[in-house]
Ligand binder design. Structure first.
Ligand code: LLP
Length: 387
């Protein structure tokens, strides 16, 4: 079964574009809500970096989630979309002064701090404003995640976070400062993680670190385990909504929380990944010697994941039910890496056919570029095509 998308209504719309199934997004948000309601001290912050299209942010902010931001631009987008500033967390290894100031002016919930120089600057800038910035330290737990090397973040060799051996030192440093308040620990081990064992390993590491802090009589109010829950790129229709039940339960069973402690999550891909499809039109079918190419009007500028990470996205021909043939589906960009899938079976393609590139809601539209002087793709809600 192919995805049901009303292609007859696309005639006047310029391709390529993103088509967001907002019903699926709402169902996903409803499941998250149902699951976290089981744990009164759990809080989910949507990782805006995955998709900041206003129509997506609007739905997510209405569902009551907080926001995880990594730039001043994301803080502004979150506030504009109605996320309350006291539910905004702000991470990133390189925060500029204006971005820190923006966070301070909006009294955001917390800065996730990744180094001592950053801690010092936040303290200074907060002093100028006569404020106290709440901070969590991002600790690098040296836990590997079974995912693509470019999207693991929790190994000692990565640029992220503060080394575990420095934890006590940075905490004591923060205690000496007047304009920062140390409220917790932050972690994130990577993205597109499907093995719960990785989250178990992180939980165990956090338990160890908490024991170490307690030996120094320090208990924190907040633990933030970041994001990372993956989606099923191979079978988006069988698994349109990730298994949030198992995800939260894994933490509930493995991460030992202290009395009154809150557990925070920063989920991006799992929230929006499956609701987005990149819709593209076939320009030409070109027969090579051993291959045939289906040349489409979307390129790596619209969805860079296959070119950048070798990521797989399912492709479907929405306009044809003819027997399947093998194609390399390629874009128009002047780069050999501008390929979506190779040797992939699609219902026979013709010029003008609409193709859907599936599971493109996360890190799709937001990572688009104007390389080759191309226009950025637009994003439409499925509601706009309803009869
Ligand atoms: N928190 C932090 C600190 C992060 O660095 C990230 C993602 C998240 C949360 C959200 O992770 P998620 O739940 O979406 O896995 N562009 C890549 C993914 C980069 C992820 C960067 N950090 C891709 O297309 O696969």
């Amino acid at each position: 079964m192919k995805i049901q998308i009303p292609i007859e209504k696309f005639k006047d719309i310029k391709t390529p574009f993103y088509y967001y199934d907002v019903k699926l997004l709402q169902q996903t948000l409803d499941v998250i809500k149902k699951e976290i309601d089981k744990y009164p001290n759990y809080y989910v912050h949507y990782a805006i970096k995955a998709n900041a299209n206003p129509l997506i942010l609007d739905l997510i902010s209405k569902s009551g989630l907080g926001a995880d931001c990594v730039s001043g631009g994301e803080i502004s987008a979150a506030i504009k979309a109605g996320f309350p500033s006291d539910k905004i967390v702000f991470a990133g290894v390189g925060k500029s002064d204006w971005e820190i100031n923006l966070g301070l002016e909006n009294d955001i919930f917390c800065f996730n701090v990744e180094s001592i120089p950053e801690l010092e600057i936040i303290n200074e800038l907060a002093a100028v404003k006569n404020k106290v910035a709440k901070i969590c330290f991002r600790i690098n737990p040296d836990v590997g995640a079974h995912t693509h090397a470019n999207i693991t973040t929790g190994l000692a060799e990565n640029k992220f976070g503060i080394a575990m051996e420095d934890m006590e030192f940075v905490v004591s440093k923060a205690a000496e400062m007047k304009n920062v308040e140390f409220i917790g620990l932050h972690f994130h081990i990577g993205s597109q993680i499907l093995e719960m064992d990785d989250f178990i390993a992180l939980s165990k590491r956090i338990n160890e670190l908490q024991n170490r802090l307690e030996a120094e009589n320090i208990t924190v109010k907040h633990i933030n385990v970041g994001g990372g829950l993956g989606i099923d790129y191979l079978k988006p229709d069988e698994n349109p909504i990730p298994n949030f039940t198992d995800f939260f339960k894994t933490y509930a069973e493995n991460l030992i929380l202290r009395k009154g402690q809150c557990l925070h999550f920063e989920l991006g891909r799992a929230v929006v990944g499956q609701c987005g499809n990149l819709i593209t039109k076939t320009l030409f079918i070109k027969k090579g010697i051993q291959k045939q190419f289906c040349i489409v009007d979307a390129g790596m500028t619209d969805l860079i994941r296959p070119a950048l990470y070798g990521a797989f996205h399912l492709v479907e021909n929405l306009s044809s039910n003819e027997p399947k043939e093998k194609y390399d589906v390629v874009g128009p960009i002047c780069e050999s890496s501008d390929v979506f899938v190779k040797d992939f079976e699609l219902n026979k393609c013709h010029r003008g056919d609409y193709l859907a590139i599936r599971s493109a809601g996360a890190y799709g539209e937001i990572m688009a570029s104007t390389y080759n002087c191309r226009e950025l793709p637009k994003g439409y809600s499925s509601e706009e095509f309803k009869s």
